[in-house]
Design a protein around this ligand. Sequence first.
Ligand code: ASP
Length: 440
Amino acid sequence: MIKVVKFGGSSLADATQFGKVADIIHADPSRVFVVPSAPGRRYPTDTKVTDMLLKAYDLAAAGSGELDAQLDAIRERYDAIISGLSLDFSLDGEFAEIRKNLKEHPERDYAASRGEYLNGLVMAAYLGFDFIDPFDVIFFNEEGGLNAYKTEKVLSARLRETEHAVIPGFYGQGKDGKVKTFSRGGSDVTGSIVASAARADIYENWTDVSGFLITDPRIVKDPAPIHTITYRELRELSYMGASVLHEDAIFPVRSKGIPINIRNTNCPEDEGTWIVESTARKPKYTITGVAGKKGFCAVLITKAMMNSEIGFGRKVLQAFEENDISFEHMPSGIDTMTVVVHESEFLDKEQRVVSTIHRLASPDSVEIESGLALIAVVGRGMKSMCGTAARIFSALAHARINIRMIDQGSSELNIIVGVANEDFEKAIRAIYSIFVETQL
Ligand code: ASP
């Protein structure tokens, strides 16, 4: 059994957190490959080391004399961890080199990546594991995406040579031979790539929450946790704003059928959430999750006999395409078609879009409704259950919420309802309550 374990910034924010991480790794001999993030926040107003490094880069690029003090502040974070763990280990040489590099030729990705690099060195020394620099084993292609083929080949060969290793998250080597990072939160992606190359049985992603919750805890107090979620359900929910994991972290493990287990470093006894390709396990409550976002607009296009006019839909969508606007949903009636878009993308261009629709599709009318919130009720369990939609609608009716739009994907994996922005929280609470609190 091989487990790849990734620890997020809050799990490595100080020496106490490092201690918890070591306990977790030592508790299970199959946890052989460790992917650390950079030290995160120790308390809510604290600054993540990655952000401190980005500031150092800005100072370096501006040739500011404050660079030295900023690097000293970063150094203090690591020194506190090293002394807190009573390690006989020094980052003198590393900091001298970083200082020199930033002064001589500041590079943004290089600066940002040093948080993970240094944390990896400390972690490897603390655990007595090998250190593998992702610069030597993770490669990007010309377009800036992952060179999956080369990475898999080099990384899996390197992992075969070692029993235990620490591989820092977040960066690798760009096509130009320089350090390149993933987008923010990218250590999740590294963990997934390492799990894939190691042919791991499980990719454990340790964070500061015990997995996913059915809905946003800022809206519903103490929502129930999700035990198992499929990749597709996760995609639907994260698209709607529920985020714990970097989007690009799914593909490498998914392609190998490796499950991801989201765990809590501060409560290692919690089982957390399993993210899997497919499962026979029925979700406990029919729905797996409910999430949503405010700030959409609906563009309602009407034309008599629309249903028999070939190419009408294409012309309407072309109007959005020509104005560089992506659409979110498109429910339609017999003589009507509604195109739902993000208000923020749409506002500046609305009159241009309307005139383009008129020019291309000659509709009878185009109306715009703003202030729409979309809520996705997601669950593989809905497929086999009658009356899910009815329960959603009656919950909303009881809460006296007007439904302004309904869209059900053909996969039966989700039902999307549109409500007014001001009804958003109330609607989520009503849906959560009918499925989870009043388990029929
Ligand atoms: N340290 C990086 C960030 O703050 C990457 C990560 O933590 O995954 O975005």
